[in-house]
Ligand binder design. Structure first.
Ligand SMILES: [Zn+2]
Ligand SMILES: [Zn+2]
Length: 255
């Protein structure tokens, strides 16, 4: 069984826990060590039980606390070489290079990193499996590629970016250059693009879907839930949307 929890999601910080058997990994840490430890204790997780940190890319909302937390708890950190260049490694840091499309294992978890279009040096996202259940993550992606669809089709769990509603972005407070960046092919997925992915891929096995990385200025949980529900043919109230300020519940993918 795989379970996962989002400790927080959005442009002020991202961190997700994925667990399988005796293995627990943290994907990204965009919070300070103190804030991360506060959120871990809110869901009764002792930092000493985390085995590794996997990083998607070097933007501050994903990496802020990665090395401080890793150094404090002696954790290995997995990231692409491009991402590693963007953060200053110190002698003694336990860095493991990630090569997109080359699977690796952390304890009981099989991990497949895959490349995504985003304005970072060498961004990737991750798909996890335990040989039985599959969990796919997709945030910080400006556009959908055939490869992304291949990676996420047939997953039992999905964490899926619903960054903005294009109409709210258009009338929102961002300057024009930032609106272009966010809405561009190397920016962030809109609610409509998230819905498009769900209609394009096989979702027959999907047990858990969590909308994530919502913009606080250019989206609302109701807009995101409506788009996801429409794509899946269910009610918006049934949709899970991750919050910025509070950790989610644990979500389990069972056999
Ligand atoms: Zn981000
Ligand atoms: Zn980013």
């Amino acid at each position: 069984m795989i379970r996962f929890a989002l400790l927080g999601s959005g442009s002020r910080g991202n961190a997700t826990l994925v667990e399988c058997g005796r293995t627990r990994v943290l994907v990204d840490c965009g919070f300070s060590v103190r804030e991360l430890e506060r959120r871990l204790s809110a869901i009764q997780v002792d930092p000493a039980t985390i085995d590794a940190i996997l990083v998607t890319h070097e933007h501050g909302d994903h990496i802020r606390g990665v090395w401080p937390f890793a150094r404090r708890h002696g954790l290995p950190v997995w990231m692409t070489p491009g991402t590693a260049i963007a953060c200053e490694l110190r002698p003694g840091d336990d860095f493991h290079p990630v090569v997109p499309e080359e699977p690796f294992a952390v304890g009981d978890l099989h991990v497949t990193p895959f490349a995504v279009p985003h304005d970072a040096r060498e961004p990737c996202q991750y798909r996890f499996d335990d040989g039985d259940r599959m969990l796919g993550m997709l945030t910080d992606t400006g556009s959908l590629t055939p490869h992304i669809r291949d990676m996420l089709g047939g997953c039992h769990g999905l964490i899926l970016e619903c960054n903005h509603d294009p109409d709210l972005l258009a009338v929102g407070p961002y300057p024009p250059s930032l609106k272009r960046r966010v809405g561009g092919d190397y920016g962030h997925l809109s609610n409509g693009q998230a819905a498009e992915l769900l209609t394009d891929i096989a979702t027959g096995r999907l047990q858990r879907l969590v909308g994530a990385h919502l913009s606080e200025k250019n989206n609302t949980p109701a807009h995101a839930a409506r788009a996801l529900a429409e794509a899946l043919g269910c009610r918006p109230e049934e949709m899970e949307i991750a919050a910025q300020d509070t950790p989610s519940n644990w979500f389990s993918l069972s056999s």
